[in-house]
Design a protein around this ligand. Structure first.
Ligand code: C5P
Length: 229
């Protein structure tokens, strides 16, 4: 089974995002709108993507009290978004509120541990001397499943452990994807598209591996080839 590629439109304005979508054209039909683009261009860019026949993953990683998250998630579902994120550390009640508000048309994904963190930096953030990222991802995945989430966001490095424990009950969205030879940038836990799929990923988020490539269309073709092989 292969995975669905989603390209992250991590741009400061809609113009640059639209240019990339037009460049990639039929190579990809699923885009991620994150906090940078949403802060500058809001619902308009989501509507433009929908009008262009693309699916939208709105990655705003909500983390607030259940009532606030539910209200935000209702607006997200009204915009026709297909996938949206909350932080699993917001707790089961918050995730349940998000799932209920998102309804049947929008899948809620719980972010477990950001792919930019490792054992040391996660321990520092949580004030704990010893912390194991994989254990924390597995623990948070359990909470996401209890809350009825569509799936979780984790790095390709923990994906195998999560998919062997939860199988199809939790879809896995894996960011931090790099083609062989790419720079890791600020990511701590990167994998290739093939490794992410082998580990059980359902969705792959392609950021700088495509958007910062000299030839984004050629980079996307390489990803698509890797996913087919
Ligand atoms: O450019 P790069 O491939 O590193 O971008 C990864 C994308 O995935 C970014 O848009 C980032 O916000 C997102 N992401 C992540 N780690 C998570 C959740 C989302 O890197 N846990």
């Amino acid at each position: 089974m292969t995975a669905i590629p989603i390209v992250a439109l991590d741009f400061p304005d809609a113009e640059r995002a639209m240019t990339l979508v037009k460049t990639l054209d039929e190579k990809v039909r699923f885009y991620k709108v994150g906090s940078e683009l949403f802060t500058s261009s809001g619902a308009e860019v989501v509507q433009w993507l929908r009008d262009s026949g693309c699916d939208v993953f709105l990655d705003l990683k909500f983390h607030d009290i259940p009532n606030t998250v539910a209200g935000a998630m209702r607006r997200v579902a009204e915009m026709g978004v297909r996938l949206a994120t909350v932080h699993a550390t917001g707790g089961v009640k918050m995730m349940q509120a998000a799932v209920e508000a998102a309804g049947a048309s929008c899948g809620v994904l719980a972010v477990t541990v950001l792919t930019s963190l490792n054992d040391a930096t996660l321990g520092e953030a949580w004030g704990r001397e010893r912390v194991d990222v994989e254990n924390e991802v597995l623990r948070l995945a359990e909470l996401a499943r209890t809350a009825g989430c569509h799936g979780i966001v984790c790095s390709g490095q923990e994906a195998k452990a999560v998919s062997s424990r939860h199988g199809k009950a939790l879809k896995l969205l894996v960011p931090g994807i790099r083609l062989p030879g790419d720079a890791a940038d600020d990511q701590a836990r990167i994998v290739t598209p093939e490794a992410a799929v082998a580990a059980g990923a359902t969705y792959l988020v392609l950021g700088r591996a495509v958007t910062a490539a000299k030839d984004p269309r050629a980079a996307m073709e390489a990803v698509n080839r890797a996913l087919k092989s």
